[in-house]
Ligand binder design. Sequence first.
Ligand SMILES: Nc1nc2c(ncn2[C@@H]2O[C@H](COP(=O)(O)OP(=O)(O)OP(=O)(O)O)[C@@H](O)[C@H]2O)c(=O)[nH]1
Ligand SMILES: [Mg+2]
Length: 225
Amino acid sequence: MRKPVRIGVGGPVGSGKTALVDRRCRALLGQYELAVVTNDNYTKEDAEFLIRQGVLPRERIVGVETGGCPHTAIREDVSMSVAAVEGLVEACPRLDIVFVERFGFEQLFVEVDVRVAGERRLVDRLQLAPSDGSLDRLGLWDGYAYYGSLYAYSPRLDAALAAALAELIEARDGAYGGAGQPAPNFAIARMLAHTTWEIREILFSAWDLLRRGLVGKPARQLRKP
Ligand SMILES: Nc1nc2c(ncn2[C@@H]2O[C@H](COP(=O)(O)OP(=O)(O)OP(=O)(O)O)[C@@H](O)[C@H]2O)c(=O)[nH]1
Ligand SMILES: [Mg+2]
């Protein structure tokens, strides 16, 4: 049997997953045979919303009720979604694409392993979770939706430069962050902001400060505007 492409759409509650699926379906309709699996915890609200839009025929939209609160839904095994996709494929063998909406994440876990010439210099583990444990709004961490980090290593990176980096990050309006020196010659900066643009601006100014301190040169804009 022909297998359709499965496209997963993830993200925190209310971040626009269903709206994105709706728009994608409108854009791809006519070129591809489409179907959607929504992942609703208590109700089939999302599936009903999509059916009301009238973009896809009813039989192409399946709402999976995972039960429980979003937190358990996130940890749920994916067997229900997989079964829903299989059911759709059986019912419509000509499908090209199946969008699968699922709940976002309850926490962000980042692990960075820094090696220099094959030698491990630093392992940084970060775990971020919403402060009140709920996932009912956009912006997971006290309203901030974006996370950025910068890792710097140089034999010339001293405590004074790490302190200057911390000062620069902490002084930034509209974002929340800091920097520190977890090991000699290392600096780590972390930040939360409301837009990717802000993250990029902060990272650029941090990089600029480090380059001036370490090699006496300003940072260069690498991206084309
Ligand atoms: N202004 C604006 N509103 C949006 C956008 N995307 C979604 N929304 C609105 O945000 C609300 C939530 O969007 P949904 O698409 O239902 O979000 P979701 O991620 O599917 O939510 P859950 O399935 O409950 O996790 C709805 O009222 C949408 O109309 C957008 O790009 N701009
Ligand atoms: Mg949804």
